[in-house]
Design a binder for this molecule. Structure first.
Ligand SMILES: Cc1cc2nc3c(=O)[nH]c(=O)nc-3n(C[C@H](O)[C@H](O)[C@H](O)COP(=O)(O)O)c2cc1C
Length: 170
């Protein structure tokens, strides 16, 4: 993998979040958890480049996100569609789900949370803020009802400062 400067990142952020196969990973190389994510953004906060992700309370990855000071966001080509689907259909609570896929962990360059040899891009982030979705903040009541039928569903939103972007060979 080669390092990419933030100014060379040429993704359309909406397309990136809406159509790429993305895996969110938190923890350390020896003990981490991962899940596909589709809820997020790339932008700027307090003058820093940031990635924003969100996890529902009952995800196993959420425990790791809460305890970790970093996370990585890895993007995969369609070749790994089945692997990503598998990681999104079962929980790390029940099984070592990564061992059921072709994906292999590797240490990241600047953060403790690991990434993957097979990723075509990895964004390494230092966690800087989290915020819980709450009914008080919602403007569109219909959308709130649809997305959050019970408090157990409220996402926690995490913001991470982008420290490094690794680009895969493909
Ligand atoms: C394409 C896709 C996107 C997803 N996006 C999110 C998300 O943004 N936040 C979330 O909490 N769960 C999301 N999920 C659900 C989790 O990935 C899924 O429940 C996963 O199995 C949780 O694993 P874990 O319990 O090991 O963390 C998504 C699932 C898929 C397939």
């Amino acid at each position: 993998m080669g390092e990419l400067d933030i100014s060379d990142l040429s993704v359309n952020p909406v397309e990136f979040w809406m159509s790429r196969r993305l895996l969110l990973t938190a923890g350390v190389l020896e003990d981490c958890n991962m899940m596909p994510v589709a809820f997020g953004s790339i932008g700027s906060l307090w003058g820093k480049p940031v990635v924003q992700v969100a996890a529902r309370p009952y995800r196993q990855t959420r425990i790791y996100l809460d305890e970790s000071d970093s996370f990585t966001l890895s993007s995969f080509s369609d070749k790994y569609a089945d692997d990503i689907e598998m990681l999104g259909s079962i929980s790390g609570k029940d099984i070592d789900k990564l061992s059921k896929t072709r994906l292999t962990l590797k240490p990241s360059e600047l953060v403790q949370s690991p990434s993957y040899n097979e990723a075509d891009m990895v964004i390494e982030c230092r966690k800087i803020l989290h915020q819980d979705i709450s009914p008080e903040g919602f403007v569109d009541a219909e959308m709130f009802k649809e997305q959050y039928p019970s408090p157990e569903e409220y996402h926690r939103v995490f913001y991470g400062e982008i420290l490094a972007i690794q680009k895969g060979r493909d």
